[in-house]
Every structure is written in structure tokens, then in C-alpha cells.
Write a protein that binds this ligand. Structure first.
Ligand SMILES: [Zn+2]
Ligand SMILES: [Zn+2]
Ligand SMILES: [Zn+2]
Length: 87
């Protein structure tokens, strides 16, 4: 049986830290899709974006869970377990 994600207790009641990728906004870069850290609300860009700030946020802070901030998407993802999580 798939054990799934072991980090759901790290999800906090957060709101996005910015209206776009906060790190791209800071450097004037463009992004493709927006993701949000479920532990701290960091808004970062997806791996299709040039700067991959969501993944870099995980690598820097070790916050394992993100969700999509795209209006038509409601999935989450755990970087550590490499599984999707229901929200
Ligand atoms: Zn996990
Ligand atoms: Zn970015
Ligand atoms: Zn975070």
C-alpha cells in the first residue's frame, strides 16, 4: 500500500505571500505557473519557469508541501515523498 505523504502535519493556514512569484517579482523575471508553500505561504514559480523558485524554496527551507495557485488547479505536491496530496 502506498504510504503517501508523511508531512501533512506541516500544513498551515497560509495565504500567498505575493500576487505572483515573490522572488521573480523581486528580480523582474517572468514565471509560467504559480505554486504556494503550504507551510509558510511563499509564492513561487513552477519547474517550467526559468527560475524554479518553488523548488528552490523547498531546497532552502525544507518546507515539503506546495499547492498550485493556478485558478483552475487544486492539487498539492510533496517534494520529499514525490506524491500528490489531496487538499
Ligand atoms: Zn510528504
Ligand atoms: Zn519565480
Ligand atoms: Zn515555505
Amino acid at each position: 500500500m502506498d504510504p503517501g505523504c508523511r508531512h501533512l502535519d506541516q500544513i498551515r493556514d497560509v495565504t500567498p505571500s505575493a500576487a505572483g512569484c515573490e522572488d521573480c517579482l523581486a528580480i523582474g523575471a517572468a514565471w509560467v505557473h504559480l505554486r504556494m508553500c503550504l507551510s509558510c505561504g511563499h509564492a513561487g514559480c513552477c519547474d517550467d519557469s526559468p527560475n524554479r523558485h518553488a523548488t528552490r524554496h523547498f531546497e532552502a527551507k525544507l518546507h515539503p508541501l506546495i499547492r498550485s495557485l493556478e485558478p483552475d488547479e487544486d492539487w498539492g505536491w510533496c517534494y520529499v515523498d514525490q506524491v500528490g496530496v489531496g487538499l
